[in-house]
Design a protein around this ligand. Sequence first.
Ligand SMILES: NCc1[nH]cc(CCC(=O)O)c1CC(=O)O
Length: 308
Amino acid sequence: MHIRIGTRSSRLAVWQAEHIQTLLQAGGLTSELVLIDTKGDKVLDRSLSKIGSKGVFTQELEDQLRVGSIDIAVHSAKDMPSTLPTGLALIAFTEREPANDVLISRDRTLSLTSGREFTVGTSSTRRVALLKHLCPHITTVEMRGNLQTRLRKLDEGQCDALLLAYAGVHRMGYDDLIVEHLPVREFTPPVGQGSIAIEVADTLALNKLNSIRQLTNHAPTEACLLAERAFLARLEGGCSIPSFALAQWTPEQTISLTGGLVSLDGSKIIRDTFVGAPGEADALGHALAESTLERGGDELLQQIRQTL
Ligand SMILES: NCc1[nH]cc(CCC(=O)O)c1CC(=O)O
């Protein structure tokens, strides 16, 4: 069986696609990479919230899935909208890396908790809002582009540090630039961070789908991501909304889902934790979303949508 794998052409995207290739190869499947550029890769002079978050990193890949020129598309799970266009589905989630964010800098003495003032480059509304909430002494600088571009901007002095997902930094081999790991309890990651998702069109042959899923899907991660994505779907939020959620397995084999919303100026944060059985991941995500909306999230979302 031969699988055509569609991927964006950034180094991180290619690393992730090659990781999927390795998993498929272990099961005797051959594969090839098809590199496809998306709007999110091409338009670098505007923030994601202004381009419109829906599908900016996925649309072109989905077009190829539909016409069958690729079998699967590989994405960072966190780049995937909570609801996919009709005819498309996520069929597998790889085992998650640690989901936390990290502070990256050439200056090893920097720390967000030290109270010292410095600038942090990020383009994520969640990271900006959480920094305002937790570290009001920090100034943020708008910073888009792939990991390599951001590191170059850091070295050019456009900011003192970057805030990035550990998973991406680790995959690119930049671990030695990590000066601080942020605790997920306070600096909760966005839905899906750290896992790689496989997307297919419903026209894909079932035997192919089953083989791919069997070789790449990690069941505990999948249950966690289903809970997180159900939360996001109920909030009708894409990655431009400063929402956050992380589901974790407990020693009792249940899922603990923590998440919520933060206002853009960081003045207000809503956060809650729900625990449930892995088979009830969907209901868990909905319960967290309902409680978030009831406790002021509804109003907060309206404010956020007006501002963005
Ligand atoms: N927004 C881009 C993006 N999409 C996925 C990752 C990291 C890898 C992952 O979360 O799996 C990153 C970079 C970052 O936010 O630091």
